[in-house]
Design a protein around this ligand. Sequence first.
Ligand code: DON
Length: 309
Amino acid sequence: MTTKTQNFQPVLDEINDEIRPLLGVGGEVASYIPARARVPAAQFGIALRTCSGHEACAGDAAVPFSIQSVSKLFTLTLAMQHLGERLWERIGREPSGNPFNSLVQLENEQGKPRNPFINAGAIAVADRLLSVGDAKAMVLALMSSLANEAVAFDDEVAASEAATGYRNYALANFMKSFGKIDNDVSSVLDMYFHQCAIRMNCVQLARAAAFLCRDGAHPFDGRPAVTTERQTRRINALMLTCGTYDAAGDVAFSIGLPCKSGVGGGIVAVVPDHLTLAVWSPALDATGNSLLGMKALELFVAKTGLSVF
Ligand code: DON
């Protein structure tokens, strides 16, 4: 039996059984906005979709959460679709080695963010998308098509992000001062704050990111490809090197899969040519990654032997 047809339900059930006793023990829920601070920590969900469309899930896989920086994966995908190589004139492809909202490298690097997964990089991607069209509508249309059901913004979270996002205003204005942002800072940040506020559950997220395990083919057959095979490899490469903030080296070492995390506690992980996983648990470790989400991915890799290495 190959992983394409394998029944992963027993593996996910085992992982859920091993994670549940650890819920509420370590880590901290992101509390920078009220809507995030009141999310109960003791939740855990896991879901996967194989490249041939088999699915499995366990725990709180149907509970919606704020996908936060996991959205950067999908806005990058849109920008690669629409801009191709031109995207890289404004955004780098190197790990930053700094926290996701750091300002320090931007000054020395003339307002060009290190990569599309730190806040500065995602804000630059949002600017590129606004130059192409209605970026908020584009991202919702992409996510809804990929998840095969309607996906929406959480307006309360978007409004709180806008009311408290002082560092993001600083990052956007700083890049604008270098001539690296074309659109109004307020429109760019409106897009960025909304993408952070997309609400999805693990099942939807595993479906939505499933094009990454199948060379860019849409997760649901019969629809146009999402990205080319080459672009898909590149997105996976960026996830491995830059997708988990300044923990990317450790994550490659201990899990060995391309991952993208968000401060809502969600993580998408890809086993190219096999499957895409989504895990969620709101309590974060010191690097801003979901503590038990990472633990669950470590367990998955140990139990299945799946890795890109
Ligand atoms: O923009 C922010 O800082 C928050 N909305 C957190 C985003 C996030 O998940 C961390 N990002 N890389």
